[in-house]
Design a protein around this ligand. Structure first.
Ligand code: 4AD
Ligand code: MG
Length: 431
């Protein structure tokens, strides 16, 4: 009965004989010596067999191993300054579980469609592993940030009777005899939760039937949505810049090897510290004009505009006070200038676009009622939301951070398809 370890732990077993389960990524043989590249999900290590020093049967078993064959391996852990892990295994035993035939993803270059069709196998690549590790670290940093600041995690529903961000782009489903939709955003429910618990945040999947085929859009993506009672627009922005800086800081602290695997520019991430620059929508319009990208006041920005603006700054930046007409119905108008709202989008640097959308919310019951009418929202479906303004209304604010765009930015990826284990995109539902 062998004591099994994992590759990440080999450093604690220097000079000892250990056994672990693993897959072979590559095998080289000179006829007298075999080099086995091994991985187990926790790390990578090279196993070495010298023909003259191992039993004939062990040598033969190792010789059968092909790419992605599964096995238990036994050997003595040695220090090896030349290897990336710092260690090497002198192999003494090989127990084959399966010899893999014709593994589809070979070390040669493959096209994106082929890799996406084989996403379930592509995940085994070191680069994909690094991304999923960083994604997990980002999620854990999100939770620690809010948990340590008195926020309560609240889960809004996935099946909803109405929309949160507007009536288009919804996935429609039957809910017995009623109509239902997959949630676009948990925000409205989080507003109810904030009136019950003060400061809350959610973390869950959201769905948008957007016919956008871009490197920033997914059909199913995960959002972090904090909502805070007695918090205004200004404080909302301060929370956001601290939050994003914390998340980047935790990745820098805990994911160095993964960032290196991805070849990420560390210096760009190290600059992510508060305060983040802020410009108003009006200033953005002026800056775009100077850049030769003239836009009439009242039009929304597209990805090229965001990228051009972000290039002026070395860290994430806010664009605030958008025209009321192009933003969601629940955003509070600026009391000094009702044609703009107390909102902000956070734009990531290096061309990654909007990662946060947020605002102060309307707290006045009459204005809220008026907005329902203007936006043609059947106010019956929203009666519960009106109640939040009827019974003890307070100033409150919140925001939503898109997890996958954040992962793409922090990892330095050129497409969101690699930021989530199994992406749902306009023309992709498999695997
Ligand atoms: O700006 P959005 O639409 O804001 C809301 O849904 C608000 N209700 C959030 C709130 O205030 N509680 O979406 C928020 C973020 C975007 O900034 C973006 O990062 C991400 O969600 N996002 C997407 N990510 C990937 N694919 C898509 N199709 C996305 N749509 C939005
Ligand atoms: Mg937005």
């Amino acid at each position: 009965n062998k004591q099994k370890i994992v590759i990440a732990e080999v450093g604690r077993h220097l000079g000892e004989s250990v056994t672990f389960g693993c897959w072979l990524t590559r095998r080289r043989s000179s006829g007298k010596i075999q080099f086995l590249q091994l991985r187990d999900g926790t790390g990578y290590i090279q196993g070495v067999l010298v023909k003259e020093e191992v039993p004939e049967q062990v040598w033969e078993e190792a010789s059968r191993l092909t790419q992605e064959s599964s096995l238990y391996i036994t050997g003595v852990v040695r220090e090896d300054p030349r290897s990336p892990s710092g260690f090497e295994l002198s192999v003494t035993g090989v127990e084959v579980i399966q010899v893999t035939q014709d593994y589809p993803i070979t070390p040669k270059e493959h096209g994106v469609d082929f890799l996406m069709d084989n996403r379930h196998l592509w995940l085994r690549a070191p680069r994909q592993r690094a991304i999923l590790k960083i994604r997990a670290q980002i999620i854990s940093a999100v939770q620690s940030f809010f948990d340590e600041r008195g926020f309560t995690l609240v889960d809004p529903p996935i099946l909803t009777p109405s929309s949160a961000e507007g009536t288009t782009e919804l996935f429609h489903i039957k809910y017995f005899d009623e109509d239902a939709y997959l949630t676009q955003s948990g925000q409205l429910y989080m507003e109810a939760a904030a009136m019950a618990l003060g400061k809350v945040y959610s973390f869950g999947p959201t769905f948008r039937a957007e016919k956008s085929k871009t490197r920033r859009h997914l059909i199913e993506f995960w959002m972090i949505e904090p909502e805070m009672a007695f918090v205004d627009h200004e404080e909302n922005l301060r929370v956001q810049e601290q939050f994003v800086s914390h998340v980047v800081g935790e990745v820098l602290k805990n994911c160095r090897p993964e960032l290196e695997t991805l070849g990420r520019d560390i210096a760009a991430l190290e600059r992510v510290k508060p305060p983040f620059p802020r410009i108003t929508y009006d200033q953005a319009i002026d800056m775009l004009k100077e850049l030769g990208m003239e836009l009439p006041w009242g039009e929304d920005f597209g990805a090229p505009h965001e990228t051009a603006l972000a290039e002026k700054f070395d860290r994430p930046m806010f664009i605030t006070h958008y025209p009321t007409g192009i933003k969601a119905f629940y955003m509070k108008p600026d009391p000094n200038r009702p044609e703009v709202v107390l909102c902000a989008d956070m734009i990531a640097p290096e061309g990654y676009g909007e990662i946060i959308g947020g605002s102060q919310r309307i707290d006045d019951p009459e204005l809220m009622e008026q907005r329902f009418k203007e936006h043609d929202l059947s106010s019956e479906a929203y009666q519960w939301y009106m109640d939040l303004r009827r019974y003890g209304t307070v100033p409150h604010s919140g925001f939503g951070l898109g997890l996958e765009r954040t992962v793409a930015w922090i990892c330095g990826l050129d497409h969101v398809r690699e930021t989530i284990p199994f992406p749902r995109m306009l023309y992709r539902l498999y695997p």
